[in-house]
Design a protein around this ligand. Structure first.
Ligand code: PMV
Length: 340
């Protein structure tokens, strides 16, 4: 039907931060207040998939997300497209054709499960492939959604805040490949898959405006934590890795509470998960599991393969739906679990 067309399809994984990004110093360019660090998951269970069709026969640019058409008039989408096209060879014949973009996540969107990270990393990678651009594209994914820049690389990834005002050095880099620590696993405990109440954009904005703790965290805490956790990853020191991961998640949520009015993402079930993990680690006499929570109530647990079975059975025991004679179960709590 189309006389001329180009099609690309890409998938991109989710990443789960262990040192959190929270707060921008430049909202337009999405320049963060502090460096952050994450693990990129395998694409097996949670990923975004994007197909782009370019053809001179298309009347206009169109965009579908999870089967529902969205307006193309979206500033972040347009900035990514503009930046990819700017870096492309201007003689490319299909540079000025219209495009249709179809994106899909195989996990809940906007429930604090890093859907925008995988989504924008995927979109930018697909555009970069379509327009044949070379070199680092994490800086372009960043202007779609900050944390997306980390999903551009696999394994353990640091997003450097950079020093320039144009964002030229605000990019992600891999500090270790996934193969460096092959025993590492992530369990996602889905507490609630509804869309979140406050977007990370508005939450961050009010934290930057009102939280004193955020300023202290960004300048005094994160730089030190980042070098410590990088060291722990390099040495495969799980005990240290877990301690920093949990402390950083807790501090990020403390910043949210220090924001005025507060933006609360964790709920009672989330806090109960925190208690269960600390009790488990205490029983094991060292840290065997680390929890971390993003801008939502769902928990991500980092642990080693050897621990997965036992942790899953503890979680299943504590969070099974209540039955007639099981008073010890926390009533009404259901947690569905995915093993990544
Ligand atoms: O990239 P955004 O705007 O969705 O922000 C994500 C922020 C956190 O997920 C809460 C932390 C992080 O570093 O991923």
């Amino acid at each position: 039907y189309y006389s001329n067309m180009k099609v690309v399809t890409c998938i991109a994984p989710v990443n789960i931060a262990v040192i959190k990004y929270w707060g921008k110093r430049d909202e337009d360019l999405i320049l963060p207040l502090n460096d952050s660090l994450s693990g990129t998951l395998s694409t097996e269970f949670m990923c975004a998939k994007t197909s782009i069709l370019a053809s001179p026969s298309l009347q206009e640019n169109r965009f579908w997300l999870n089967g529902i058409e969205q307006s193309f008039n979206n500033r972040r989408l347009e900035s990514c497209l503009k930046e990819v096209k700017r870096r492309a060879n201007q003689a490319l014949p299909h540079l000025n054709w219209n495009i249709s973009i179809c994106s899909k996540n195989n996990f809940p969107t906007a429930a604090g499960l890093a859907s925008s990270a995988a989504g924008y990393a995927c979109l930018v990678y697909a555009l970069a492939t379509l327009y044949e651009i070379q070199g680092d594209i994490s800086g372009i994914a960043r202007i779609g959604s900050g944390s997306a820049c980390r999903s551009v690389y696999g394994g353990w990834v640091q997003w450097c805040k950079g020093t320039t005002s144009d964002g030229g050095d605000c990019i992600a880099r891999q500090i270790a490949p996934a193969s460096h620590w092959p025993e590492m696993r992530v369990l996602i405990l889905v507490v609630n898959d509804a869309r979140k109440k406050y977007s990370s954009t508005s939450g961050m904005r009010s934290s930057v405006e009102t939280s004193q703790l955020l300023k202290y965290r960004a300048s005094e805490i994160v730089p030190h934590r980042l070098s410590e956790i990088t060291e722990a990853i390099k040495n495969k020191d799980f005990e240290k890795f877990a301690e920093i991961t949990m402390k950083d998640s807790n501090q990020f949520h403390a910043v949210c509470l220090d924001t005025y009015p507060p933006c609360i993402y964790m709920n009672d079930v989330s806090h109960c998960i925190v208690d269960v993990i600390h009790a488990y680690n205490e029983y094991k006499t060292c840290n065997k599991v680390a929890y971390t929570f993003d801008a939502g109530p769902n928990a991500c647990l980092y642990l080693l393969e050897s621990e997965v079975e036992e942790v899953l059975s503890v979680i299943n025991y504590v969070f099974s739906p209540p039955t007639a004679n099981s008073e010890e179960y926390v009533k009404g709590l259901t947690v569905s679990i995915k093993t990544i």
